[in-house]
Design a protein. Structure first.
Length: 187
């Protein structure tokens, strides 16, 4: 359904369209929120707040990119506000890195400047990887190669590519958890 039609229906308080939007995006938004908050219940609460806000403020909403981008930006902002209320700081944008690695949502949700910062932080961690893992990671996430393209270029199996990327993501997430835990101890 076209964004203008959906938005018009939401503004007219069409419960059926609202329910469809909810069903289409809820699970993904909760997963996205959980990558910021690391708390399932708080993530569900944040997403519910987003949908309540969407219902209550539909008449005032202007969506320029896409409904999905708008909703995910709302989730991100509410998560950051929630973390601020807990006095958690993210000076190095580590939460953004973690959320990007854990889910594969559209990168149009963040600005070009934020992308540059996020990539810089990831690359610092990636530099600690073994050479082959670095190469696979950079081909996938910097050069946007597909699994098969990476496998063909490096002369390895697709399963090896997937395994190495999984290990890389795990190592990055582990590194980020330690850093985030350090932030928490500063409170």
């Amino acid at each position: 359904m076209e964004i203008n039609i959906v938005l018009a229906e939401l503004q007219n308080q069409n419960k059926s369209v609202y329910k469809n939007v909810f069903n289409q995006f809820y699970k993904g938004m909760v997963l996205y929120a959980n990558n910021f908050l690391f708390d399932q219940q708080a993530s569900e609460d944040v997403v519910q707040e987003v949908f309540i806000s969407l219902w209550e403020n539909a008449k005032d909403i202007e969506i320029k990119i896409s409904l999905k981008a708008y909703l995910y930006a709302m989730v991100r902002n509410k998560c950051l506000n929630y973390l601020k209320s807990l006095k958690v700081t993210d000076d190095f944008n580590l939460i953004d890195i973690s959320s990007m690695l854990t889910i594969e949502e559209d990168l149009d949700l963040i600005s070009e400047e934020e992308k540059t910062i996020v990539y810089g932080q990831i690359l610092k961690i990636v530099e600690t990887f073994p050479e082959s893992m670095q190469q696979i990671f950079k081909l996938k996430f910097i050069e946007n190669y597909k699994y098969l393209e990476i496998a063909e270029e490096l002369g390895i199996s697709v399963n090896t590519v997937k395994t190495q990327l999984s290990r890389a993501k795990t190592k990055i997430n582990q590194s980020l958890v330690v850093v985030i835990a350090l932030f928490a101890t500063r409170l």
